[in-house]
Design a protein around this ligand. Sequence first.
Ligand code: NAD
Ligand code: ZN
Length: 274
Amino acid sequence: MLSDIEPLADLLADARRLVVLTGAGCSTESGIPDYRSPRPGPRSRPIRYMEFVRKPLMRRRYWARSMVGWPAIAAARPNSGHAALARLEAAGRVDTLITQNVDRLHHAAGSRDVVELHGALAEVRCLDCGAITDRAAMQARLRAANPGWIAAADTINPDGDATLDRDDYERFVVPPCATCGGMLKPRVVFFGESVPPQRVAASFAAVERADALLVAGTSLTVYSGLRFVRAAAERGLPVGLVNLGPVRDDHLIDARIDGPTGAALPALVERLLR
Ligand SMILES: NC(=O)c1ccc[n+]([C@@H]2O[C@H](COP(=O)([O-])OP(=O)(O)OC[C@H]3O[C@@H](n4cnc5c(N)ncnc54)[C@H](O)[C@@H]3O)[C@@H](O)[C@H]2O)c1
Ligand SMILES: [Zn+2]
């Protein structure tokens, strides 16, 4: 793999205002699964925004599974790939890190200029009054409202929930907003929901200022991230990639490492800062 580093390092060697775009692949080595790597066991279809707001049973089911899945997300630690990106930023070489991840691991590793395109599981938002509260506090309320709810987690899913072998979700109690009694939702962008325009604008502005783009750990299947790669390519910026496996719009990539971010990013950053 080390033999693959040189072309990517050469491509990014002169970059002083890098934009980094990351995805779920950066966090698999921290124990949080992505959607597209092969893995055993059942996969659950992610909840859609309309189901969540319109169907009380789907909401109960979401929060029940989230209550079981949350401790694993909360306990996840950043890996050497996250650390390498934080180091590159601390060295003054990164303008903005745009992440599609909702796990806050880039922050935990020390990255500062981060756009959380899809929000963060660590926060809960009231759809009625807009109040933002802590997911950890919600966890305590969920547990208190559902004593004896047996946590039989079979699989932790990418969205921070768990696949539960049960179907009695109508018994699950979802606490309302403590301020207004309204409907609480994790502050993440669900399928069928759009990314808040300020986050998109901030990301495009970063690409406008940038002198190169580094993509890491994303299949670029979701247009939400892909559009920034297209914008960078349109501007004629060098576009580098660290990812296991194929990505969408592969022809826009100028140099790549086909390897795990946990090993490849530290090696790349080491080489860039030498
Ligand atoms: N950790 C998280 O916060 C998390 C996890 C799963 C999904 N999501 C959400 O789901 C969507 C998924 O899109 P995506 O493009 O981020 O993920 P994705 O699952 O589509 O793509 C992940 C890519 O990373 C690769 N990969 C896996 N492990 C890797 C490793 N160790 N090193 C290098 N590459 C690795 C996979 O082969 C795949 O190509 C996003 O919108 C995101 O919000 C978030
Ligand atoms: Zn409220």
